[in-house]
Design a binder for this molecule. Structure first.
Ligand code: FPP
Length: 230
């Protein structure tokens, strides 16, 4: 299995819930159960990093009630699943500006990161208060600072710039999957997706299964990736 880094835009929780005559928050709860199932499937097939778009810099625009619910979800999720993720040797990490979250949410995430930090298996990375454009701006600012402080010279290359991104320790994204039929990137990992394979899956996130995910990934590994060459 050639793919090291898979990224997912977990879309369709709200529409799925509505179709079940349920609140949007119920869709997010079901979505968090899927995080467990898909993470375990990804770990099974040897993926090194699975990055999930859990909260974007634009998601603050949602009604307060929904934002509040999403802030509480990490606690619900880790209370239910941290033990199992530990047993699977999975490491929790995050990208995004966690400072903006309530203390309680941040502490839950930091505790999960800390508890799993010595694990050596797949990295399950939650993108939280993350936006691709914001990440690139922050990287440009850090690069500028490093030049001004004489830490780095002015010869900028993609490889050097990447060291200032939040994903500096990860392989470039090999495959990005977006569920629920929408065909756009919505400010997710803009730099890292430069040569990624893309899959736009019709099923909403709460209906994706571990087996279907594995099939999507294995099919995509058969594509001919040329990275601009022949
Ligand atoms: C997009 O669906 C989904 C989100 C904005 C939230 C995703 C979060 C989870 C799946 C749970 C994350 C779990 C943890 C542990 C942090 P949408 O609400 O935009 O769906 P819609 O397009 O149908 O309205």
């Amino acid at each position: 299995m050639g793919f090291k880094h898979v990224a997912i835009i977990m879309d369709g929780n709200g529409r799925w819930a509505k179709a079940q005559h349920q609140q949007r928050t119920f869709g997010h709860l079901q979505g968090s159960e899927k995080v467990r199932e898909i993470a375990i499937a990804a770990n099974d097939i040897g993926i090194e990093v699975l990055t999930l778009y859990a909260f974007s810099t634009e998601n603050w625009k949602r009604p307060k009630e929904e934002v509040d619910y999403l802030m509480k979800l990490p606690d619900v999720f880790f209370n239910k699943f941290l033990k199992e993720l530990m047993a699977k040797n999975i490491r929790i990490q995050t990208i995004g500006e966690l400072e903006a979250f309530p203390d309680s949410t941040r502490q839950v995430l930091e505790r999960a990161i800390q508890t799993t930090s010595k694990n050596t298996g797949m990295i399950l990375c939650f993108a939280m208060n993350y936006g691709g454009q914001r990440e690139i701006i922050l990287a440009a600012q850090k690069y500028h600072e490093a030049v001004v402080n004489g830490i780095i010279n002015k010869d900028l290359s993609p490889e050097i710039f990447e060291q200032f991104l939040m994903t500096k320790d990860y392989h470039a994204v090999d495959l990005c999957i977006r569920t629920s039929g929408e065909q756009r990137l919505s400010n997710f990992l803009l730099w890292q997706l430069a040569y990624a394979e893309l899959i736009f899956e019709a099923l909403p996130w709460p209906e994706l299964t571990g087996d279907h995910f594995k099939e999507l990934v294995l099919d995509a590994t058969k594509r001919d990736r040329r990275f601009g060459g022949l």
